[in-house]
Design a binder for this molecule. Structure first.
Ligand SMILES: Nc1ncnc2c1ncn2[C@@H]1O[C@H](COP(=O)(O)OP(=O)(O)OP(=O)(O)O)[C@@H](O)[C@H]1O
Length: 266
């Protein structure tokens, strides 16, 4: 019997641009049901690594495998159906309704394709995912009328339409107010619980934005992995201080993390 391959396996990846090492010797294995966070300061290489995972860029050295298929050796279109990538820079031009934006996840296009029509099952799935992401009352709303938080959650529903095995989220809480951030985290939590096989990788600078179901963390610093593994082992005050080059105290309350500067007593 062959063991199921991990959802994602990155081995000794380097990425060099204009002679600069943006990523050096990074390795990462993500299995079904794991929820990873990539943490690091500005410029640490988080978005670049996420781009490699979503097959948007290729490594200079090393290999990236999605479900046992090596990037560069298989059809990218096929691989992308396994990977839902939520791009916060989604450049929608026309005032589509939420349901139609979500359905474009099936055609992997920004605008609906001419003559493409969803089946009854696909419509049902779009409605179920918008409900799961807390947008049941906004399915008919037009894109320009949505709040930033609602747009972000609609894009997650869109990315889930092809029923991917892996969901990639690049700073999904950027620009959200407290309510928007908390609604997002709550919905990610519901999603993780309702899809036990789904794996995810989320990029952020802020530990406060980590969903409580985060199982694993990689700390990146200057393009190198500083620490990687189960969240409770990696997220220590000492390691997070090293990662951000700043002395912080880390605490966890009801599953959520927070940090504050370590102040000397006056
Ligand atoms: N195409 C490129 N050519 C040259 N340098 C690049 C290129 N893309 C990214 N970089 C550099 O690589 C480094 C890592 O960038 P990246 O966007 O991955 O970092 P990040 O950790 O996601 O940062 P942030 O938190 O600010 O979004 C940065 O110094 C960036 O300027």
């Amino acid at each position: 019997m062959t063991a199921t391959p991990p959802v994602l396996r990155v081995r000794d990846v380097d990425l060099v641009r204009d002679g600069n090492h943006i990523l050096s010797e990074v390795s990462l294995t993500v299995r079904a049901g794991e929820h990873w966070a990539l943490l690091g300061a500005n410029g640490a290489g988080k978005s670049t690594l996420l781009g490699l995972l979503g097959a948007l860029t290729h490594p200079t050295r090393g290999t990236v495998e999605v479900l046992g298929h090596e990037l560069g050796r298989v059809d990218l279109r096929q691989l992308r159906t396994y990977v839902g990538h939520v791009d916060p820079r989604h450049a929608l031009r026309s005032p589509l309704r939420v349901r139609d934006v979500v359905l474009t996840g099936l055609t992997n296009s920004i605008e609906p394709l001419p003559r493409w029509r969803p089946t009854a099952e696909q419509l049902e799935l779009a409605d179920s995912l918008t409900g799961l992401l807390g947008l049941a009352g906004r399915r008919e709303a037009r894109w320009p009328t949505l709040s930033q938080g609602e747009r972000g959650r609609a894009l997650i529903a869109r990315a889930l339409m092809p029923q991917p095995r892996l969901l990639l989220l690049d700073e999904p809480a950027t620009g959200l107010d407290v309510a928007g951030r908390e609604q997002l985290i709550e919905r990610l939590d519901t999603l993780q619980q309702s899809s036990p096989e789904l794996a995810s990788v989320l990029v952020t600078h802020h530990l406060e934005e980590l969903p409580p179901g985060t199982t694993h963390v990689m700390l990146l610093r200057d393009g190198r992995c500083l620490a990687s593994g189960p969240a409770d082992e990696v997220l220590t005050s000492d390691q997070v201080s090293k990662c951000f080059d700043h002395p912080v105290h880390l605490s966890r309350f009801e599953g959520r993390w927070s940090v504050r500067t370590n102040r000397r007593p006056r």
